[in-house]
Design a protein. Structure first.
Length: 183
């Protein structure tokens, strides 16, 4: 019994001095946080890029309406123009219901502040009817052009973080308020 107790401290010393595998243990502790950070940076970067592309295409489409070039156009024509200006980023095959464009005339700029935000119902898979209005207005008409897009998030954790709907998507919206030019 005395011999085994004498060996125990030497085994402990040898184990304490052995640093093989330390790197693997440190990597196992740091890797999940590192990869979560990388995925978070990619998710936020894609969201910001999508928002910027949506803003650009919305303002280009608003210019088409503002200058009177959209008079006589259908909703599908305006959508096609928007898709062209967004480099078809929001108009992929099978994602037609994810994008909604609304063009509405108003009597005054102050009434535009009362417009509710767009709402998408994941249960029915549809937008509220006022989000799909289409009227390019006439000369010198005050207009609101609003584009909303349901962006699919990459990870479930970021869906919860950005308070997306239960379908795993986040609605991003861009709007342009302007007065049509006299045409």
């Amino acid at each position: 019994m005395g011999k085994s107790q004498g060996k125990l401290p030497s085994i402990r010393l040898r184990f304490a001095k052995d640093n093989r595998g330390v790197t693997a243990v440190e990597f196992a502790l740091v890797a999940p946080v590192f990869f979560l950070l990388i995925v978070g940076i990619l998710e936020v970067g894609l969201l910001l890029f999508s928002n910027q592309m949506l803003d650009h295409a919305t303002h280009e489409t608003a210019r088409l309406v503002r200058t009177g070039q959209a008079v006589g156009s259908t909703k599908e024509d305006l959508r096609a123009y928007f898709c062209e200006k967004s480099v078809h980023m929001f108009c992929r095959k099978g994602s037609q219901e994810d994008l909604v464009i609304s063009v509405q005339p108003y009597d005054s700029f102050s009434k535009i502040g009362d417009v509710p935000p767009p709402k998408y119902d994941p249960e029915t898979g549809s937008w509220t009817p006022e989000d799909t209005a289409f009227n390019v207005g006439g000369s010198a008409t005050i207009m609101l052009l609003r584009v909303s897009y349901r962006k699919q998030m990459l990870t479930k954790k970021f869906v919860e973080l950005f308070s997306a709907d239960s379908s795993g998507s986040l609605v991003i919206t861009s709007a342009a308020v302007f007065r049509n030019e006299p045409f």
